[in-house]
Design a protein around this ligand. Structure first.
Ligand code: C5P
Length: 405
């Protein structure tokens, strides 16, 4: 099961002593950028209080199929549709049996029937129960239906037995989920990304800027982190939250962005410039607010000077990282993008057409085509999240190809 579009996880917690470890699992999943909602069976609540899960997930815990208030907020069908993956950890022998036989007597088992998303289970039980032929038969049914069975591990058990049946450690489960969501194509790589607009101050209250929201660059940072990279995101002013697992360096102007990026040029293996850097800045910064001239309506002239081209500068460092640029074009997308690829000595360029609905600034969707020396591919039109995941896979492929060449 390798689904590149797993972002939202319903974590089902059932009545095993390992339920206490599921609280840590929530944190491990959040760290890896997943959005997590917790569903607890009644038995699980005897082991760990729902409040614990509410605190670690920052969301109300779903517990009851017949709770009017909860159903009104997000009903079980809605939750089943929301999920990209239903992960049950710990999964008891009883739960595996119910899942194998299609029972739907509580919220979690109902949700498993009602979802079209893949299901993964992390069994946790006494070693004899795991070895029991009924359990083995249930697990075989589940596997045959495509349910991903994570573990169990072997070792000492809460009951004192030794053998198979321990729930895998939260970090291991989270890593397995990440591998399902996005293959770790950038494991061990260091990726530097610029994102967002820059603001070029005129005086203490005014600046020149552009409409960049930072969404594409943040999506690329999220995707790179999910693919196992260490990511530093040099960000101009945006309203976005820092992607989980990403180190963010905030800057305002192009010159600050350049300094922050160049300082990390030697650190990174891959540099991706998704920022909409202002090409020009006011030639002078006025320490005082520029006053309007009362009674003088004649035009005023603003003198501008060029900002540094961060991408071209990074591409000219020696040794240099693998360098990826973005191009927003209103026409002749491929010709203009290829020209930029050559002129700035880039390894790869991702181009999108601006000025058409559903692409470019502020929106959640985009349409990208990617070009490099002798190749190119249209990644199509999709959410920025999906496009970022596709782009990251392509970057990893080209990076590996250039290194082995
Ligand atoms: O030349 P143009 O602005 O179209 O190039 C776009 C690409 O160059 C983007 O990747 C953008 O992040 C980067 N860029 C930069 N510094 C600039 C201007 C653009 O890094 N001053």
């Amino acid at each position: 099961m390798s689904d590149p579009s797993i972002h939202r996880i319903v974590l089902g917690v059932t009545a095993g002593v390992a339920a206490y470890k599921a609280a840590d699992l929530v944190r491990r999943l959040l760290e890896r950028g997943f959005d997590v909602r917790v569903v607890m069976t009644p038995g699980a609540q005897a082991f760990v209080a729902p409040l614990t899960f509410q605190a670690v997930s920052g969301r109300p815990v779903h517990r009851d199929l017949l709770d009017e208030a909860a159903e009104a907020a997000m009903g079980h069908i809605e939750l089943a549709r929301w999920a990209d993956l239903v992960l049950v950890a710990p999964a008891t022998a009883d739960f595996l049996a119910r899942l194998a036989h299609g029972l739907a007597g509580d919220l979690l088992s109902t949700l498993c029937l009602a979802t079209a998303a893949p299901i993964a289970v992390a069994p946790a039980m006494n070693q004899q129960m795991w070895r029991a032929s009924a359990t083995a038969a249930n697990v075989a049914i589940l596997r045959q239906r495509g349910v991903e069975v994570l573990g169990p591990g072997e070792g000492e058990q809460a009951c004192g037995d030794v053998g198979p049946g321990r729930m895998l450690e939260p970090v291991e489960i989270a890593e397995r989920v990440r591998a399902m969501a996005a293959p770790a194509v950038l494991a061990g790589r260091r990726v530097l990304i610029t994102a967002g607009p820059t603001q070029e101050a005129l005086d203490p209250v005014r600046y020149l800027s552009n409409h960049s929201s930072g969404k594409m660059g943040y999506a690329v940072a999220t995707a790179a982190a999910r693919a196992g990279a260490s990511v530093v995101l040099v960000s101009g002013p945006t309203a976005l939250a820092t992607p989980p697992g990403v180190e963010r360096v905030d800057v305002i102007s192009a010159r600050e962005m350049r300094d922050a990026a160049l300082a990390r040029a030697m650190w990174c293996d891959i540099f991706i410039a998704a920022a909409a850097v202002a090409d020009y800045r006011p030639a002078e910064f006025s320490e005082r607010k520029i006053k309007k001239r009362e009674g003088d309506d004649s035009p005023r002239t603003l003198e501008l000077v060029r900002n540094p081209d961060i991408l071209a500068e990074l591409a000219a460092t020696n040794p240099r990282p693998f360098v990826v640029g973005f191009a927003a074009e209103t026409h002749d997308v491929e010709a203009n993008a290829r020209d930029k690829l050559a002129r700035k000595r880039l390894d790869m360029i991702a181009a999108n057409r601006v000025g058409v609905p559903g692409t470019g600034f502020g929106v959640d969707t985009n349409e990208l085509s990617v070009y490099w020396g002798d190749g190119g591919v249209a990644l199509g039109s999709a959410s920025k999240t999906d496009l970022a995941a596709r782009l990251v896979r392509l970057v990893a492929e080209r990076y590996d190809a250039t290194r082995s060449a």
